[in-house]
Write a protein that binds this ligand. Sequence first.
Ligand code: ARG
Length: 461
Amino acid sequence: MAQLWGGRFTKETDKLVYNFNASISFDQKFYKQDIRGSIAHVTMLAASGILTDEERDQIIDGLNGILSDVESGALEITDTYEDIHSFVEANLIDRIGDVGKKLHTGRSRNDQVALDMKLYTRDELLEVRTLVVNLIKVLHQLMKDNVDTYMPGFTHLQKAQPVTFAHHVGAYVEMFKRDYSRLSDIYDRMNYCPLGAGALAGTTYPLDRNLTASLLDFNGPTLNSMDSVSDRDYVIEMLSAFSTIMMHLSRFSEEIIIWNSNEYQFIELDDAYSTGSSIMPQKKNPDIAELVRGKTGRVYAALTSILTTMKGIPLAYNKDMQEDKELTFDAIDTVKGCLALFTGMISTMKLNKPVMEKSAMNGFTNATDAADYLVNHGVPFRDAHGIVGQLVLYCLDKNISLLDMSLEEYKAISPVFEEDIYQAISLEECVSKRNTIGAPGKEAIMEVISINEKFINLIEE
Ligand code: ARG
C-alpha cells in the first residue's frame, strides 16, 4: 500500500478501506495526462524561481522515463498505489531520489486530478467530434446521391406526405451539425486550467498560473480556486452532449431497423454489419442498430449518475467526486464505438429505391395535394378536405390508389376535377412543388446541400 499521506496516522489503513478508497484501477487511464501536467507544473516552478533549472531537468527526465517505461510495458501500473498520482510520484522518487519529493510543491491532488480529468476529457471530446464529422460526411454524400429517391414521410409512423431520402437523411445532418456545435461550445467553455488552485485556497508560492495554462494549451487559468477543484460542469455538459448524440443515433437506428424489416424492405444492411440466428437459418438481424439503440441507456446513466453525485456536495473538493470517472470513461468508449459502427453501417447499406418509391405512391401520401388542387380551383380548404376524404374512402373500398381512379370517378365525387389532376398528384409534382427552404423539393434540397458543403469545408480547415 503506497500512500502519499502516512505522517499523521498511527495505524495502517484497513485493507478493505484502502481498496474502497483507491482509484488506481480506473484513473491509471490518465497516466499520460498526469505526467504532462507534472512536466508543465515543474517547468512553471522553475520559471517562477521556486525550483532550480537543474532540479526541473532532473524531474522532467524522471517523468519522461516513467512515461516511456509505462508505454513500453517495462513499468506496470499496479494496485499497490492508491491512485495514478501516487504511482507517478513514488516512481519518480525511486528513480531520481530526494529531488523527486519537490514535484508536489504548490500543488494538491485536488487541483491535480481536476487537471488530469480535464486534459483527458478534452482530448476525448475532440475525438468524438471528429467521429461526428465523419458521420456528417457520409450522410452528406447520401443526401447528394438521393435528391430524386422518393419515399413516404411519416407522422405517427403512418404514411403522411411524400419526401425524398435526401430530405429524410438531411434531418439527421441537422441533428449531428447541432451535436458538432454543442461539443465545440463545451470545449471553449471548459478550456481553462485548474492547476495552481491547490487543495482549495491557492498556495503561498508565487505560481505563474498563466504560464502553466499556456504550457498545457488552455485559454487561461480558472479564476476561483474553490470552484477549480470542485467544478465538474464540463463532465456534465459533455455527458449531456453525448446523451443527445446517442438519442439521435438511437432514433436513426430505430428507423434503420424498421426500414430493414421484412415488411418495409426500404434498405438492406450489408452482411458485414448484420448477424445471423443460431436456430433460424433465414435470419439476417440488424444487431448493430439494436445495440446502438440499447447502449444509449448507459450513456444516459453516466449523465444521471454525475448529476446525482454532484447535487449535494458542499464546496470544495469531496471524495464523492472520484465517482466522476468510471461511468464517464464508459460513456466515452460507448459513444465512440457507436458513432464509428453506425457510420460504417450507414455507408454500406443498400437502398431499395423501387420499394421506397412504390411505398410513397401507396397510402394516399398525395391526398393533401389533391385537396390543394381543389383549393387552387376555388374550393374552400375545409370542403376540399371533405371531398378528398370521400375519394380516399372510395379508393379504400376498391383497394386502389388516387392515381388509379378514372376522371369519371373523380367527377362523380366533384365536378371540379379535370385531366390535370393526375399531374398535380404525381409523386414528382408533390415533392417538387415543395420548394421553400427546408422542404423536400429539389431546389430547396440543393440549397441545403450547398450550405452543408460549406459547413464541412469550414470545419475541415
Ligand atoms: N482519486 C481522487 C479523485 O479521483 C484524487 C484526489 C484525491 N484528493 C484527496 N484529497 N483525497 O478524486
